[in-house]
Every structure is written in structure tokens, then in C-alpha cells.
Ligand binder design. Structure first.
Ligand code: GCO
Length: 459
């Protein structure tokens, strides 16, 4: 660990509900590496990375942060930060190499060690079952476009809950179904690299269906963990007041937010989106929508930026003037307040957590120090935006930074760094960035503030 760096970014002054949880997040494929170790099967991301040109720096996840071997050091880092929650994902092909049939005991034992190691350090494990790494063997049978994958996922979820459910307080079924459906099957820039809108719509439906059926099955087997799903959401603004831009913003809001929130919380797909999809709309069997809206305990919200839509073309145009992250995404913290307040007003969401928020910036490590003030400011402003949403009544119960470590940023490879901990990919050395020191000191400050308030209350 390097010498602490004085926090030059002021701590946000927000009033948070009792029990508000603070965390950091990662996902299996982005950090674990060890892709052929101890019986792990290939995932669709292993296969995708072998295609020329699809990953910006030609890299893959075979080593990543080597977390599979360095998990103890990484858990010590998490403990050092003083967070209470760690969100990670289970790699389905590590625990069930073919996505059906035999279980891989060595893979299961890795997650036993991880979960027990977190509990021993006083950190709550927050588990995602599907963070995009579908077993490649299931893709060979059509993947998420094939309805039989739904039942394979439900079996996987049941087995994970039976094995780990006594030790994990929260389980997420899927991370960002929009990304898997649209980026994986419509634009094809993510695994499995398919470009077909009709397939993408069917995939989205199967992801939602498998979520609902898994929730139902886990409750039926007495799982005590709280259950939820994680969506990537953004407010969608028109690029101009022109009617055509407004119409596009409305449609993209439908495809990004209402396509998921409406079935999850109202049991129906939005009519305006169905009308636009026409023949590309998914096949929905009787009972599917009832299953999808199975009651959940929390909604996970991943927020990075807003969307800006114009009549045609992409909806990530820049309206001008706002600073951008290294991903080229606008820094727009007030969008998080807008989004959380809107979700609270439009849907009966009992609890929301920010399951990911953070930024990629072009970090430089100099003499063992990364002065990432841009990232620190990003985090401070977004935490303040969460506080503002809570002040307007939004039931937000936690916040997690994306990400603990620099890691494999999907199609961007290792070129984009989101970590509050720097990773040297040659030596695998971890170095806390200024943002990590800031986060740690902010959490200490909150603890001191609440201890002082407790003392005062006791007179
Ligand atoms: C996400 C992803 C992360 C990304 C992050 C930055 O859920 O979108 O969970 O895996 O790395 O969003 O793009």
C-alpha cells in the first residue's frame, strides 16, 4: 500500500437512511482469469475474444487480474477500504462447465473460499449469478435465444442458492439484460456477437423469464437471501426540442428502461415499443409475464451517464459542453437523481441500490501514486446525487463503486481503467489510487459522524 493521499475533494454532505450499505463491485470474467484452471468450461466471452478485431487491444480474459489466485490479497484490499458489501459474480462455466449436467466441485469450492473469506473480514457477499459469461456449450445450442436455456439457468440458480444461500444476504439473477440482449445480439459488439433485432428481443424476454422463474424457484426452496435484478438505466433526453428527437428519446427510453421495468413491476411490455418492433417482438407464452413480475426485494441500478437521442443514429450523442470520461461518456451526475426519483414515482420499487457507478479515466501511475482526482470528483458528485434522490423520497439503500480493480473492460480490453485500485498487468501489483483513499476516508468520516450522533442521542 502506498502512502495515503490527502483527500482534496470535499466529502458530499448527504443524509442517508440507517443501514445504508457501501460497497465495491466486480464481475467474474473481468477479474478472475484462470480460464482453464480446475475444470472451468469456456464462456461465450472466451469464444468471442478469439475473433479477430472484436476486442480493441486484441486481449482476452485468460489472465485478467488473476483474482482466482490472488483473491485473499483482494479481499484484504476490500477490507482495508472499510466497505460493508462486496458485489461479485459467479462464473457459471466455472461451476457447471457445460451449463447443464455435471457440477464442478473445484469451481464451487473457489466461491466457498471467497464467501467465507468475506464473512471472516466482516464484509457482506452480494452475488450476481449472470454477469454475461454464459457457458459456451449452451451458446452452441442457441444460447439465450433458445427457451431451454431458461430452465438451465433456473437449475443453476437453484444449485447456487442451495450451496451458498445460507451465507449470502443478497442474490442478483442477471446483470444488465439490455446489454446482453442489444449489445450481444442486435449490434453484436459484445458476445456472442449476433446482429439480429428479432433474436435480441427474444433474448431479452428469455432473460426476464429466467429471472422471474429463478426468483420463484428460490423462494420455493426457502432461500433466505434477498433477491433482485440489476438494470443499466439512464434518463433519455432529446438532443433538441424537435419532435423527431423527442420521439426517438421516448422510444429509446422504452427500449432501455420501460422494456424491463414494465414487465418486472407491472407484468406487461410497453405498447409503444411493441408497435415499433412489429414482427421482431418476442414470442411470449401464457404465464410468462406473470412469472417475470414475481415480487423482488430490490432493484439494482447501474448508472454511468445519461442518454441523448436524436431522430436517427446513436443515442449517445453529446449535447455539448459536458466533460467526458475516457469511455467518451458525458459526466452527468444530476441524471442519477432524475432517474432514481422517476423510478420511485413510476414503479412500486420497494428498495433500490446503486450496484455500479464509476468512471474510466486515463490514469497515470507516477512513483507508485495515481492522482485520479477526476474519478474522485465523479464519485463524490454521484454520491451527492444519490443523497439528493433520497431527500426526494427515493428508497435507495446502498451504493457500490464500479470497480474495485482495473479490469478487462469487455470490447475495450484493458485499455480502459475503471478501478479505484490500479492493476499493473505485467506484475499484477495492486496500488490504491487517490480515489480509493478518498472513499476509505469518506466512509470513516460517515462512521465517525454517526457515532457522534449516537453519543448525542444518548445524552
Ligand atoms: C456493466 C458492467 C461492467 C462494466 C462497466 C463499465 O455492468 O456495465 O457490469 O461489467 O465494466 O459497466 O462499462
Amino acid at each position: 500500500m502506498t502512502a495515503p493521499i490527502a483527500p482534496r475533494i470535499p466529502f458530499p454532505d448527504c443524509h442517508l437512511p440507517a443501514g445504508f450499505s457501501w460497497g465495491v463491485a466486480t464481475s467474474a470474467f473481468q477479474i478472475e482469469g484462470a480460464h482453464r484452471t480446475d475444470g472451468r468450461g469456456d464462456s461465450i466471452w472466451d469464444t468471442f475474444c478469439t475473433q479477430p478485431g472484436v476486442i480493441a487491444d486484441g486481449s482476452d480474459g485468460s489472465v485478467a487480474c488473476d483474482h482466482y489466485h490472488r483473491w485473499q490479497e483482494d479481499l484484504d484490499l476490500i477490507a482495508l477500504l472499510g466497505v460493508d458489501t462486496y458485489r461479485f459474480s459467479i462464473a457459471w462455466p466455472r461451476v457447471q462447465p457445460d451449463g447443464q449436467g455435471a457440477w464442478n466441485e473445484a469451481g464451487l469450492q473457489f466461491y466457498d473460499r471467497l464467501i467465507d473469506g468475506l464473512i471472516a473480514r466482516g464484509i457482506r457477499p452480494f452475488v450476481t449469478l449472470n454477469h454475461w459469461d454464459l457457458p459456451a456449450a449452451l451458446q452452441a445450442q442457441g444460447g439465450w435465444a433458445n427457451r431451454s436455456t431458461v430452465m438451465h439457468f433456473v437449475d443453476y440458480a437453484k444449485t447456487m442458492a442451495a450451496r451458498f444461500g445460507d451465507r449470502v444476504p443478497a442474490i442478483v439473477t442477471h446483470n444488465e439484460p439490455w446489454v446482453m440482449a442489444v449489445l450481444g445480439h442486435e449490434t453484436g459488439i459484445f458476445a456472442p456477437g449476433i446482429q439480429d433485432r428479432k433474436v435480441a428481443c427474444q433474448v431479452a424476454h428469455h432473460l426476464l423469464l429466467s429471472h422471474g422463474l429463478a426468483v420463484r424457484a428460490l423462494r420455493a426452496q426457502g432461500c433466505q437471501a434477498s433477491l433482485g435484478i440489476v438494470l443499466n438505466l439512464s434518463p433519455m433526453h432529446p438532443a433538441s426540442p424537435l419532435a423527431a428527437d423527442q420521439a426517438r428519446a421516448q422510444l429509446e427510453d422504452g427500449r432501455l428502461l420501460r422494456w424491463y421495468m414494465d414487465p418486472l413491476y407491472r407484468g406487461s411490455y410497453p405498447d409503444d415499443v411493441l408497435a415499433v418492433l412489429g414482427d421482431d417482438a418476442p414470442a411470449v407464452h401464457a404465464g410468462d409475464l406473470e412469472a417475470i413480475c414475481a415480487p423482488i426485494d430490490f432493484l439494482g441500478v447501474n448508472y454511468y451517464t445519461r442518454g441523448v437521442a436524436q431522430a436517427s443514429g446513436p443515442w449517445d450523442v453529446h449535447a455539448g459542453g459536458l466533460p467526458l470520461t475516457d469511455m467518451g461518456w458525458e459526466i452527468y451526475p444530476q441524471g442519477l437523481t432524475e432517474l432514481l426519483v422517476r423510478l420511485h414515482h413510476d414503479y412500486p420499487v420497494s428498495a433500490m441500490l446503486i450496484t455500479e457507478n464509476g468512471g474510466a479515466f486515463p490514469d497515470r501511475i507516477t512513483d507508485g501514486v495515481v492522482q485520479d482526482l477526476d474519478r474522485t470528483r465523479y464519485l463524490a458528485d454521484h454520491i451527492a446525487a444519490v443523497g439528493a434522490a433520497i431527500a426526494q423520497g427515493a428508497p435507495v439503500t446502498g451504493y457500490m463503486v464500479w470497480s474495485l480493480l482495473d479490469n478487462f473492460e469487455w470490447a475495450s480490453g484493458y485499455a480502459k481503467r475503471f478501478g479505484i485500485v490500479h492493476v499493473d498487468y505485467t506484475t499484477q501489483q495492486r496500488t490504491l489510487k487517490a480515489s480509493a483513499h478518498w472513499y476509505r476516508q469518506f466512509l470513516q468520516h460517515l462512521r465517525q459522524r454517526s457515532a457522534a450522533a449516537d453519543l448525542r442521542a444518548r445524552g
